[in-house]
Design a protein around this ligand. Structure first.
Ligand SMILES: [Zn+2]
Length: 96
């Protein structure tokens, strides 16, 4: 038996292989319960693979932090733009 690294259910590796639900990452083969789990794994194998090193995890965390910062910046810009649009709409409604 093997464990699906994405959803952690126990699966039969022979059955998973025969259904094409396996993926090799850094020489380690992972087996999945569904194509959805396989896709999740293949999008960011370093997050799921049992072979992930501390460095991989650090890099993944850093990436996540960067994305969070980026989202915060974009949200601030979006509010500024929304305020600007409101101003313009008000000016327009005022007949300027
Ligand atoms: Zn799964």
């Amino acid at each position: 038996m093997a464990r699906d690294p994405v959803c952690h259910v126990q699966i039969d590796e022979h059955e998973a292989s025969s259904r094409g639900l396996s993926s090799t990452y850094q020489g380690h083969t992972a087996y999945f319960c569904s194509s959805t789990c396989k896709e999740h794994f293949e999008q960011s194998p370093q997050l799921y693979a049992g072979v992930a090193t501390a460095e991989d995890r650090g890099a993944a965390r850093e990436l996540l932090e960067m994305q969070r910062d980026r989202i915060e910046r974009l949200e601030r810009r979006l509010s500024a733009l929304e305020a600007r649009i409101e101003e313009l709409e008000e000016a327009h409604a005022g007949g300027i």
